[in-house]
Write a protein that binds this ligand. Structure first.
Ligand SMILES: [Zn+2]
Length: 382
């Protein structure tokens, strides 16, 4: 029988391969080494490995590793990329595994390269038994930036299975809901002119002031309309994030641009929200005699909800003793759901330790995570 390195050795090897994804090119490194490493291990265990490069980024790829065959089955999914990091702020090398004080330190230890050795360890118990339904280990690219890895899989229609567990850090509690995410810009174009005579121009900043008041009124309406007590912040949010306009005190402001984000609750549609904003801006543009345009800054991510009566949710609740909750962070969940899979988020480690120096996974979550995944495999693949 083929073997793979011990769990913590695998974790160290994955952390040692840099795989930063970032919208700014100076940080972005690609994830191919992590994918190749995983494919090597999983192939040696008998998984059928398919490496699928991203459409326009040859240094990035998704991996679909399948054990067994047929319809149905279980996907254990993780992203292979990390956020950028500042080495000087770390007390240890971020690009290797440091075990200290019962913690496993390293960039991506908890979010979430550390999930893969745990999933592989869980899978090892099933190599000698015929699986009734396949076990698929899915490794995606670019979750931390564009989510293009999962977006491309959703567009390609693969992988297909009945259930998916995304191993983002949730302290091994099942999660079945999170808000959506979109970031947009509104640009107001007026006309610049000498400040001494307002009739020489049309002030874009003053028009933006009215646009912002209207956005805040719209936010209040949304928060009247939508409320979900299962979230910590029970209403949809709309945050005015940054604004740039004008250049001089003695010049009428000719142009002003506002960036804002919207986090919609499950049951809301990003497209509907955007459409409503657009409809509200039209009469303002006419009334203020300015040009107002609305554009997306990122590809929007839909809100995520897996119904409480899903077989997978019920199984995870029963195995963990926790009822499924919501989280404040976004995941690839809505994209895996597009593939037709019942999907939950549940993995070792805590999001509190993610995206910061000295990221770690608590050592005492490792074995429970292996056991939990093995129980899920046993339930859905045997
Ligand atoms: Zn993550």
């Amino acid at each position: 029988m083929s073997t793979v390195p011990p769990l913590l050795t695998m974790m160290n090897e994955l952390l040692s391969e840099i795989s930063v994804s970032s919208t700014s090119a100076q940080w972005d490194t690609g994830n191919r080494q992590v994918i190749d490493k995983l494919a090597g291990w999983l192939s040696s265990l008998g998984f059928n490995c398919e490496i699928i490069p991203l459409a326009e980024q040859a240094n990035k790829a998704n991996l679909i590793a399948t054990l067994g065959s047929g319809p149905g089955g279980l996907v254990l999914s993780g992203h292979t990329d990390t956020v950028p990091f500042n080495e000087e702020l770390w007390d240890m090398n971020p690009l290797s595994l440091t075990e200290q004080d019962n913690k496993l330190f390293g960039l991506g230890s908890t979010d979430m390269k550390g999930f893969f050795p745990i999933a592989i360890e869980a899978a090892k118990a099933f190599l000698d038994q015929p699986l009734k339904e396949p076990l698929i280990i899915l490794a995606t690219a670019d979750e931390e930036s564009s989510m293009d890895g999962a977006r491309e899989l959703a567009a390609q229609g693969a992988p297909k299975a009945r259930f998916a567990v995304i191993g983002e850090p949730t302290d091994l509690k099942p999660i079945r809901m999170h808000k959506g995410m979109m970031m947009n810009a509104i640009k107001v174009e007026g006309r610049a002119g000498h400040s001494s005579n307002p009739s020489l121009g049309n002030n874009a900043m003053e028009a933006m002031h009215i646009v912002m008041a209207d956005l805040m009124a719209f936010r209040a309406e949304l928060q009247e309309r939508y409320n979900n007590p299962l979230f910590k912040v029970t209403v949809p949010t709309l945050n005015l994030g940054c604004i740039h306009g004008g250049d001089n005190p003695n010049r009428i402001c000719g142009q002003c641009e506002l960036h804002f984000d919207v986090r919609a609750l499950p049951g809301m549609s990003n497209a509907d929200v955007l459409n409503e904003i657009s409809q509200r801006l039209k009469p303002l543009a006419t009334q203020l005699k300015v040009n107002i345009s609305l554009r997306s800054l990122i590809k929007p991510l839909a809100p995520f909800e897996q119904s409480a009566d899903s077989v997978l949710v019920k199984a995870a609740e029963q195995l963990t003793g926790h009822s499924a909750e919501s989280v404040a962070f976004a995941t690839e969940g809505p994209l895996l759901q597009q593939l037709g899979m019942e999907t939950i988020v549940m993995g070792p480690g805590s999001i509190d330790q993610a995206h910061q120096p000295n990221e770690y996974m608590a050592l005492n979550q490792v074995q429970p995570a292996v056991d939990l995944l093995a129980q899920l495999i046993g339930r859905f693949c045997l």
